[in-house]
Each structure stands twice: as structure tokens, then as C-alpha cells.
Design a protein around this ligand. Structure first.
Ligand code: FAD
Length: 304
């Protein structure tokens, strides 16, 4: 547990934000599972974030976006969860460029794009992440991905140094970016879209949303596709072929609507979800020889 003085100091420097102790991470993950983090800290400005980073030197901390790609242990997290919130969510539109804070959600950005008749971001409207998390993951759907729209990203390192990186420096790949390799925090990004027709943009967003509703178990808590797409295969098909459609561990289930989604069907714990993921990986390997890697990021301790 962090020293009381450090928590006190954090509360002092994050005067415009929020600091709480023993915050349940189930409140901050779309799986709606996960134990308590020692300290949950929400800086409200870059200045506050810098001062928090200064205090947290040598301490364990985790960046949390919308928690839509995270599985947090039931034992919780030792250290500090840093969540960028108020003050990091601005969206400014200048011509065809959107300058967006890391906490802006993809649906808010999509809405702003629609309001300004800008096309190219429709693919992301239904991804329930923040801009920060989407850049880390190079989130994508329906033939679109973040790397196609990002022009540059403003990052802060753990020493408080701020740099701007162009898209070519971001090392974007399939669910991959530079941020998976190095300790940076996304503060802001510039996205470039094209002038379009508002009614066509809306139509495309509505169509993609309908396709999601038809195919994905959006009625249950999940973290979207649990596994990455293995080269040359589809994770959902491999899982189905392994006879795992609807397979359950405790309250966790391989969705029978979409086998690529592990869902929190009924009061699942993170341990249920983790055990289910491991079993799916084992059976798929046994049946097809293919190794399924998780797209979901596991934080904290899990029993093997
Ligand atoms: C129903 C559903 C549907 C989904 N559909 C899709 C889809 O179609 N395509 C897709 O790609 N994903 C999809 N996802 C997964 C998820 O929404 C994306 O991966 C999203 O980009 C994660 O963003 P987040 O803000 O929730 O990040 P989190 O899950 O909170 O974090 C993800 C990673 O980013 C890091 N991070 C977060 N913010 C920052 C920051 N500011 N600076 C540095 N690091 C940061 C975290 O430390 C973590 O490593 C879906 C999820 C759900 C629940």
C-alpha cells in the first residue's frame, strides 16, 4: 500500500481532479469486474498530471482509459490507477482536422465529425474506447483503423517531457503502436478527415451500428473481441470449431452470438473470465494447432 503521505501529496497536487483509495476497478472496466486499486487518481490538467508523475516516480502505476480492453484481477491492483478525465476531453475542429484530448471518447469524436460533415471516422463510432486507449491499441473495425486518421500524437513521458510524434513514428500495426513498447502517455492527437456529406456519414454510422448490434453480444458486459485475429484465421471460427460456443466457466461465457467475445454473462469474476480464456486457448491449440493471443490486456495477478 502506498504511504499515507504520498496519497496526501497526490490529493494536494490534484486539487482540480480526484483521488480516492480502494476504488473498485469493476467501476472502470466494461467487463464490470476487478478488485480495488490502492489509489485511483484523476488529474484534471497536464500540469496536474506532470506533478502527479513527479510524485509517482518509482511507484507502480497504470494508465486507465475507458477500461474497454482491460481485465483487472479480482485481487485488485497494487499502486495507482491514473485516469485522464476532466480537462483531457476537448475536441476542436479546424477545417478537416480534429484536435482531440486523450479522454475524448471515439463516439464523441465521431459525433463531432458528423456535425462538421467530415468523413473517415465512421468506422470508430461504435468502439467504446477513449482516444488514448484507441491510439495505444490502434483500434479498428470495418476496414478502418486509427493509423488511417491520425496525423500526430502529443505524448508525455514519465519524467514529464512532452513530445509530438508524427503518424510515421507511431509504429502502428495490428492492435499495436509505439505505446506498447515504451512508457508514454497520450495527451492529445490530431486527426485528419475529409469533407463529406452529413447524411451519408450518418447513414454509414447507422449501418455499422446495426451490424454491431446484430452480430455482437452488446447486451452483456465484455471487452469486445477477446483474442487477436491469428494470421490466416478468424478467432471466432477457431473457437466455434473447437466446440466452445456457449462454453462457461462460472459466470463467464463464450458468447453464443459471437464466439470471439467472452462475456460476463452472470456475476462473473475476473478469475472466471481468465480461466475461460485459458481454457479456450488450450482447446483451440489442441483442435487446430493455432495459438490464440489475447487482445484484452490483463492487469494484476491471476492464478494459472
Ligand atoms: C463492446 C465492445 C466492442 C469493441 N469493439 C472494438 C472494435 O471494433 N475494434 C477495436 O479495436 N476494439 C474494440 N473494442 C476494444 C476497446 O474498445 C478498444 O481496444 C479501445 O481502443 C480501448 O480504449 P480504452 O480507452 O477503453 O482503453 P483501456 O481499455 O482503458 O486501455 C487499453 C490500453 O491503453 C492504455 N491507455 C489508455 N489510455 C491511455 C493514455 N491516455 N495514454 C497511454 N496509454 C493509455 C492502457 O494502459 C491499456 O494498456 C471493443 C470493446 C467492447 C467492450
Amino acid at each position: 500500500m502506498l504511504k499515507k503521505e504520498l496519497i496526501h501529496e497526490l490529493s494536494r497536487v490534484l486539487a482540480g481532479g480526484r483521488v480516492s483509495t480502494k476504488e473498485p476497478m469493476s467501476l472502470h472496466t466494461t467487463f464490470k469486474t476487478g478488485g480495488a486499486v490502492d489509489v485511483f487518481a484523476e488529474p484534471s490538467s497536464v500540469e496536474e498530471l506532470k506533478r502527479a508523475l513527479e510524485l509517482l516516480k518509482g511507484e507502480r502505476f497504470y494508465l486507465i482509459g475507458n477500461g474497454s480492453n482491460l481485465l483487472v484481477s479480482d485481487k485488485g491492483l497494487r499502486g495507482v490507477a491514473v485516469h485522464l478525465a476532466k480537462g483531457f476531453g476537448d475536441i476542436r475542429v479546424e477545417g478537416t482536422t480534429l484536435i482531440c484530448g486523450a479522454a475524448a471518447t471515439l463516439s464523441q469524436i465521431a459525433r463531432a465529425a458528423l456535425d462538421h460533415s467530415l468523413t473517415g471516422f465512421e468506422f470508430a463510432a461504435g468502439i467504446p474506447g477513449s482516444l488514448g486507449g484507441a491510439i495505444v491499441m490502434n483500434a479498428g473495425a470495418y476496414d478502418g483503423e486509427m493509423r488511417q486518421v491520425v496525423k500526430s500524437v502529443t505524448l508525455i513521458d514519465y519524467q514529464g517531457g512532452i513530445v509530438q510524434k508524427g503518424v510515421e513514428e507511431m509504429r502502428f500495426g495490428y492492435r499495436h503502436s509505439l505505446l506498447k513498447e515504451a512508457d508514454w502517455i497520450v495527451l492529445e492527437a490530431k486527426l485528419v478527415l475529409q469533407k463529406g456529406d452529413a447524411s451519408k456519414i450518418r447513414e454509414k454510422m447507422d449501418d455499422l451500428a446495426a451490424r454491431r448490434r446484430a452480430k455482437q453480444p452488446l447486451e452483456y458486459p465484455s471487452a469486445g473481441s477477446t483474442f487477436k485475429r491469428p494470421e490466416g484465421y478468424f478467432a471466432a471460427k477457431l473457437i466455434q470449431d473447437a466446440g466452445l460456443r456457449g462454453f462457461c466457466v462460472g459466470g463467464a461465457q463464450v458468447s453464443d452470438k459471437h464466439c470471439g467475445f467472452v462475456i460476463n454473462r452472470e456475476n462473473a469474476t475476473s478469475a472466471d473470465i481468465y480461466a475461460l480464456i485459458r481454457e479456450v486457448q488450450r482447446k483451440v491449440k489442441e483442435c487446430s494447432g493455432v495459438t490464440l493471443e489475447t487482445e484484452v490486456i490483463c492487469l494484476g495477478e491471476f492464478d494459472e
